[in-house]
Design a protein around this ligand. Structure first.
Ligand SMILES: *Cc1c(COP(=O)(O)O)cnc(C)c1O
Length: 467
């Protein structure tokens, strides 16, 4: 057994409340390639703010379109809410390092220390706040694994807003208590697809056993928001505004790393819609874009929903019902429905346009797809060494952090690794159970299956194929 490393620094680096960032950091202001605008699917023209305002709150539309301001001030009330559960700790994974017998230093930012169990609360409170400011009655949204719905329910309860959540049906069945938590915070939860919307009813008519997808739940939530007075739609990932709000993670991580004189060589985040990695990387990506440093960024995704590793960089709908604007992103096609066998979240067919562009331009160095039994193997090692029961989503990042630490051992290099531990896995015990009793399957779509998804990518915006 390896000797324990001397603990030259504590396990956890905490910032003080005063060190919670006062501004969100907007990486778009540093990006070298023009960010591609959202397109109106009907006309193919870039969307104007007025066209987005029936869907999103006005202030959030401004944030969505802002590619100029490097920093945007965080309103006092949001900062006060952050103080209930932030700053989040930066942890040195000494015990995991010891188990791996690696010379690498592994750090993780732990975002699971609030009831929603994930980083999603950072954006939920911001989006709910701007809805309240605008005098709206409530918001609608979708949720897959349930963390976003829970976070939004918490934020809406705090501010006294109505909250209506469309929850992907197979997730709702896998995690019944998620629904109870959301209801405890006063949210209304509907399994999607449902017959409460036109788009849901249409899907059920052609496929009564449809197990749902994020894309479908988004279509339903958007329909309800646009048809109800005083409601807007909010989204927990993918959008520029969400990455902006999540920049609180990366700024805190950098401040804590600076305190102990560390700079990461490798930065790892799981990637579903891209918000946690987009948030974690922000200060370091700004360094990279401005030529100050060259950390290596890795986005980790499930092999069952391989958006970055096997998807196309194209304009596509963000939802199955094809009602949203078109975004330029890596996509598997809006009709792609990931296998219901996949338990680990991260099932969105598309990817944040910011992350997509950075990956396309080579600033995000690598995307890696991991099969889910490998993800749970990493999750268990992490739980047994570091104590925290990780969310399956977060465990994608853990799996790659472990691989990188083992590679450092092979090559005898003392690499510094930083990853995002985005959440806890208490609601994922049926997935852990499957892993433990050996019934967990690894589903990897075939090229033919992916091709069927690509064929449904609309021609609008994609007239000139991207190299
Ligand atoms: C939602 C979620 C993710 C993935 O979403 P991103 O937008 O890619 O960050 C990862 N981990 C947890 C715990 C989540 O709830």
């Amino acid at each position: 057994m390896a000797e324990a490393k001397t603990q030259e620094i504590p396990y956890k680096v905490y910032l003080s409340e005063e060190e919670i960032p006062t501004h969100w950091q907007n990486i778009r202001a540093d990006m070298k390639t023009d960010h591609r605008p959202l397109l109106n699917p009907g006309t193919g023209e870039p969307l104007k703010a007025e066209e987005l305002e029936p869907i999103f709150c006005s202030e959030l539309v401004k944030q969505e379109l802002n590619d100029e301001d490097k920093f945007i001030e965080i309103p006092e009330e949001i900062r006060n809410f952050y103080k209930m559960y932030r700053p989040s700790p930066l942890v040195r994974a000494y015990n995991l390092e010891k188990a791996l017998d690696t010379p690498a230093k592994i750090y993780y930012k732990f975002e699971g220390g609030n009831t929603s169990g994930s980083h999603k609360l950072n954006s939920a409170i911001a989006q709910a706040y701007f809805a309240k400011e605008q005098g709206l009655k409530g918001v609608t949204t979708e949720t897959g694994a349930g963390q976003w719905g829970t976070a939004l329910a918490m934020a809406c309860a705090y501010l006294g807003l109505d909250c209506k959540v469309y929850m992907v049906k197979c997730s709702a069945e896998q995690k019944p208590y998620r629904k109870s938590v959301m209801e405890t915070y006063g949210a209304e939860v509907v399994s999607s697809p449902s017959d409460t919307t036109e788009v849901g009813a249409k899907i059920l008519e052609s496929d009564p056993d449809n197990s749902g997808s994020l894309g479908t739940a988004i279509s339903e939530a958007v329909e309800v928001a646009t048809k109800s007075d005083g409601y807007r739609y909010v989204l927990g990932s993918v959008l520029n505004q969400v990455l902006l709000h999540q920049s609180i993670i990366g700024q805190e991580a950098k401040a804590a790393m600076d305190k102990i004189g560390e700079y990461p060589d490798i930065i790892i985040g799981c990637a579903g819609g891209g918000s946690n990695l987009g948030g974690l990387m922000v200060s370091y990506m700004s360094d990279k874009l401005n030529g100050k440093a060259n950390p290596y960024f890795i986005a980790v995704e499930p092999a069952s929903c391989p958006t970055l590793t096997r998807g196309k960089f194209a304009y596509d709908f963000c939802d199955t019902g094809m009602v949203t604007p078109l975004a330029k992103m890596y996509t598997l096609g809006s009709q792609f429905i990931p296998s219901a066998d996949h338990a680990g979240g991260l099932r969105f067919h598309g990817m944040s346009p910011i992350l997509s562009q950075l990956y396309h331009d080579g600033y995000i160095d690598e995307a890696r797809a991991v099969e889910q039994t490998k993800v749970f193997e990493a999750a268990e090692l992490f739980a047994r060494t570091e104590g925290t029961l990780p969310a399956p989503e977060s465990s994608h990042a853990i799996a790659v952090a472990i691989d990188e630490a083992l590679k450092a051992k092979e090559e005898g290099e003392e690499k510094t690794i930083l990853f995002n531990l985005t959440g806890t896995g208490y609601f994922d015990m049926s997935a852990y159970e499957q892993y433990n009793n050996g019934t967990m399957k690894n589903y990897v779509p075939t090229d033919e299956e992916l091709q069927a998804g690509f064929e449904k990518i609309p021609p609008v915006g994609n007239e000139v194929p991207e190299e």
